[in-house]
Design a protein around this ligand. Structure first.
Ligand SMILES: [Zn+2]
Length: 78
């Protein structure tokens, strides 16, 4: 099990997709490695500035990508 430097006592607080950092909106939208490709397509960089998140459409696209990563293959929503 990977122990986070942020919440070593609470593994449930880790990102449910990458399990590398705390599961925060900042991590999911700006840092989660699983969404790097989607950030590159949306913003032209995998490390966008937080001000780029003012685009509600981009945030929604990232959220959809995050949820897609969380769903086990073949068990998507009906
Ligand atoms: Zn993550």
């Amino acid at each position: 099990m990977v122990m986070s430097k942020f919440h070593p006592w609470c593994p449930a607080a880790l990102c449910l997709v990458c399990r590398e950092e705390a599961d925060t909106p900042e991590h999911v939208l700006l840092h989660c490695p699983c969404l790097a490709g989607k950030r590159l397509r949306l913003f032209g960089t995998i490390h966008p500035d937080a001000t780029r998140l003012r685009d509600g459409g981009a945030v929604a696209a990232l959220a959809r990508g995050f949820l897609r990563h969380r769903e086990p293959a073949g068990y998507g929503r009906p």
